[in-house]
Ligand binder design. Structure first.
Ligand SMILES: *Cc1c(COP(=O)(O)O)cnc(C)c1O
Length: 356
């Protein structure tokens, strides 16, 4: 049976990306070796990481003076690396979900943290917009897309201080005005690659202003100087990332990806809004994520949630169970998910509703 993969992460990759990776596992760049067994210092792999970094710069129109890094440790490691490298006395954060809260917890190890706004009391069902960023903080940290709660900020805020963003789950879903940011990071397993590699886009000039000693591996300058090759980088995920980035380029870049993502999200949100059985969990339509669509059953149908999961599973729909902290359902519509899969989900919802 054809599967439709709505998993939140690790998540769907384009078929040609998986095919190219599979081919390279057998024979990488005509070396007669598997990409699993080649030196990261071989000229063939150097070409891979160079092209991947270049494509990130081209797709996002990254200005001069920024470096693209490929690191281990996941976005969660960035929660600590960011303050370690940028926090002198005080930083400001927005508390928009579990991942943002984790980032705040780590930052507190390195200095004062001012939480400018939080939607926690509403179980993170909206994105706060009502706050002022003080001019005396070292940086302001945001999570642009809250993967678990399905809220998103689809614009680049103007702030009087350095801006840092966790874009794990909405990178490459819209043009980003990179020059407004000093650092953008994310785990690649949502929209780029399999788990195991983390991307960082950092303004070189933002570094070197803290007094603390930074362990070599946790100092961005180490990885800038060594081109992400200070130690052995995650070779296979970087190879797959390159395949995804080429695929994005060939499709027409982030504008085209955004057009497709908007169409997919509109199809599903419209179906939810029209339904009497399902309802969205995010209150304000402007805050709704186009990547992670969270919805539940209305109170009168609540006890049918488990039945719907079974009904959907029998039709090949994978990964639509909501995160345990939200319940209900979450459909992740990452770039590689075709609109046909969203249509199957919508048809399944309508069929189930009709049955009851
Ligand atoms: C998945 C996710 C993380 C955690 O990423 P890891 O790579 O598992 O550490 C952090 N932030 C956001 C927004 C995420 O979606």
């Amino acid at each position: 049976m054809k599967k439709h993969n709505f998993s939140a992460g690790p998540s769907i990759l384009a078929p040609e990306v998986i095919k190219n990776t599979a081919d390279a596992i057998i024979n990488f760049a005509d070396t007669g070796l598997s990409v699993l067994e080649v030196s990261h210092r071989s000229k063939e792999f150097q070409a891979v990481i160079d092209e991947a970094s270049l494509l990130v710069k081209q797709l996002l129109d990254v200005p001069e003076g920024y470096s693209v890094l490929w690191l281990g440790g996941g976005a969660s490691m960035q929660f600590a690396m960011v303050p370690m490298n940028l926090l002198r006395t005080k930083a400001a954060y927005l508390d928009t979900g579990t991942w943002a809260a984790n980032a705040i917890k780590e930052a507190r190890l390195f200095g004062d943290v001012e939480v400018l706004a939080s939607s926690k009391e509403a179980n993170y069902t909206y994105y706060p917009h009502d706050y002022v960023v003080p001019a005396d903080v070292d940086y302001f940290h945001i999570t642009t897309n809250n993967t678990i709660y399905g809220t998103e900020l689809r614009k680049d805020p103007d702030v009087p201080v350095r801006l840092v963003a966790d874009m794990s789950s909405d990178i490459f879903t819209r043009p980003v005005d990179v020059k407004k940011y000093d650092l953008i990071y994310g785990g690649a397993q949502k929209n780029i690659a399999p788990a195991g590699v983390t991307f960082v886009i950092v303004r070189d000039e933002a570094l070197g202003h803290v007094d603390r000693a930074i362990p070599t591996m946790l100092d961005y300058r180490t990885h800038i100087k060594k081109g992400s090759m200070f130690n052995t980088p995650p070779v296979l995920p970087i190879y797959t990332a390159l395949q995804t980035l080429r695929y994005y380029r060939d499709l027409g870049g982030v504008e085209e990806l955004e057009r497709r993502d908007n169409a997919k999200a509109a199809l599903l949100y419209n179906a939810i809004d029209e339904s009497k059985m399902f309802e969205g969990t995010v209150v304000n339509p402007e805050d709704r994520s186009i990547m992670n669509v969270c919805f539940v059953m209305t109170p009168e149908y609540k006890e049918l949630e488990k039945d719907f999961i079974d009904f959907a599973t029998a039709r090949g729909l994978v990964g639509i169970k909501g995160h345990r902290s939200v319940g209900g359902f979450r459909a992740s519509l990452y770039n590689a998910l075709p609109i046909e899969s969203v249509q199957v989900l919508v048809d399944t919802m309508r069929e189930f509703e009709k049955k009851h």
